[in-house]
Design a protein around this ligand. Structure first.
Ligand code: F0G
Length: 472
């Protein structure tokens, strides 16, 4: 592993560090806001970082979704947008690129990932069916539930332990899935919902051996596997690095093999594909494709644009190719690990090992004195913003929402605050500033008393919930 772990290590003899395989052509000024302004902004936002205006944010690590910097090629591609309502040429470019790189036969574009989740959930789930998956994701599970399905977590137990090291924490627990199939019968299983990487576990990967074995387990039962390919490129990097037999294979090759064990995929292009908007769903089965292609015209737009402008599809097609370059992926994950190494050196609790797209602070350990009912991860995101104007995101009990049947809070073991790194946007110096702010909040941790929720929306509450600080 040759990450730039620290500046001194980078100077060791014979060492070869990664560097970004690009240089910067255009810059966007950042705004530093004063502590008084931050205090007022946070109060106005109900202590929810989603409700802050980005003008009040200094370094924005809310998400890696749609926050990527596009390349000169992608910007040039925008000028090639064919904005015909039907049959625009950029769709065919995108379709051909997905077929060649991900390997699925049929492609339906959507405005972003959740549009694809909606169409697939509606098409592939019958009410009353179960959807096993390797840990929930917020929008994915919401659409599966809206379609009448019940999500069941079958990720390996290691995934729920923040501090535990495991090379493929995103793996499916095959024994647990086999027991579920045995207990419920294959008929009751809509499909396996496989995410690579697993966002909520900390951007943790799935191994090729696991997806291959999953295929073997599902095949005799006729159970389909649909893949959330949102961060599959990053997943492929971990396979290349950690799995025997893949060290010499290219990222592109690994992505293609991985998809080959699945029946279809949905995608938020806003992550891996280095664009600001877009998504798709792609499948091999003709009948399912017909259904998806019919539904897309109801909810998104015609099947050759799916809610996107022609220029957006062109940028995605180019972005897919750029995302599959080995040196790009290495630098991308190298930057995330650089931040992780700084925090680990300072003994700040984070999810280990560091995953693909973010550093996840372990708020449960960080604020060991705060019960989960006081929203430690939400508190930590608020404190970070107050300290430096850095915006992070809660990934704990607020994100987990409520059980639709009992109405109780889901109480995830992982109570995390995510520092998400946009692609090709910030520099290593920004990572230093972030690490120092986390350190300063860590040093003051005993002063935090937590939050109470004062407004709770019905769906995906973390986006719009409001809080008040608990004092004393
Ligand atoms: N699947 C995964 C694994 C995601 O991380 C996301 C979005 C989606 C699906 C939905 O895609 O946003 O394009 O509709 N994740 C963002 C995040 C919001 O910040 O993690 P979308």
């Amino acid at each position: 592993m040759s990450t730039n772990v620290s500046r001194t290590m980078g100077q060791q003899a014979g060492r070869r560090s990664w560097a970004e395989p690009w240089k910067i052509k255009m810059v966007e000024p950042l705004r530093v806001v004063s502590r008084d302004q931050r205090t007022a902004a946070l109060r106005g936002a109900g202590w929810n970082t989603f409700l802050l205006r980005s003008d009040d944010v200094y370094i924005d690590l809310l998400t890696d979704s749609g926050t990527n910097a596009m390349s000169d090629r992608q910007w040039a591609g925008l000028m090639l947008g064919d904005e015909a309502y039907a049959g625009g040429r950029n769709f065919y470019h995108l379709e051909e690129t997905i077929q060649r790189r991900y390997g699925y036969r049929h492609v339906v574009p959507t405005h972003q990932g959740r549009g694809a989740e909606h169409l697939l959930s509606k098409s592939a789930i019958r009410p009353g069916q179960i959807v096993p998956g390797n840990m929930y994701f917020t929008t994915t599970r919401a659409h599966q539930e809206l379609a009448g399905g019940t999500f069941t977590d079958v990720v390996i137990p290691e995934a729920h332990d923040a501090a535990l090291h495991h090379p493929f924490k995103g793996n499916v627990d095959l024994a647990e899935l086999a027991a579920l199939i045995e207990r419920e019968g294959a008929e009751r299983i809509a499909y396996v919902s496989l995410a690579a990487t697993v966002n909520m576990a900390g951007g943790q990967p799935v191994s090729m051996a696991n997806v291959r074995a999953l295929r073997e387990l599902c095949r005799p039962h006729g159970i389909r596997i649909f893949l959330d390919a949102t961060r599959l490129v990053e997943n492929a990097f971990f396979i290349q690095e950690r799995e025997e037999g893949y060290g010499d294979r290219s990222i592109a090759d690994i992505v293609r093999e991985f998809c080959g064990y699945t029946d279809g995929a949905w995608m938020s292009s806003k992550k891996d594909s280095l664009v600001n908007i877009g998504g798709w769903v792609a499948v091999d089965d003709e009948g399912l494709f017909e259904e998806l292609r019919n539904l897309v015209v109801l909810y998104e737009g015609l099947h050759t644009y799916g809610g996107l402008a022609g220029r957006d599809m062109e940028a995605i097609a180019i972005g897919i190719e750029e995302s599959l370059q080995d040196d790009y992926v290495r630098a991308r994950i190298g930057q995330v690990r650089y931040l992780g190494a700084l925090l680990t050196d300072w003994e700040i609790p984070i999810v280990q090992p560091v995953g693909g797209h973010a550093i996840f602070l372990d708020a449960r350990a960080f604020y060991a004195h705060l019960p989960q009912d006081r929203f430690p991860a939400q508190t930590l995101a608020a404190e970070l913003y107050l300290d430096s104007g850095i915006r992070a995101m809660e990934r704990g009990i607020v994100s987990a929402g409520r059980d639709p049947v009992t109405g109780d809070h889901h109480r995830p073991n992982l109570e995390l605050t995510r520092l998400t790194i946009p692609r090709r946007v910030y520099t290593q110096a920004h990572m230093d500033v972030v690490a120092e702010s986390v350190k300063s909040v860590f040093d003051e941790r005993t002063r935090a008393h937590g939050l109470r929720m004062v407004y709770e929306p019905r769906y995906l509450r973390f986006f719009q919930a409001r809080f008040e600080p608990i004092t004393g």
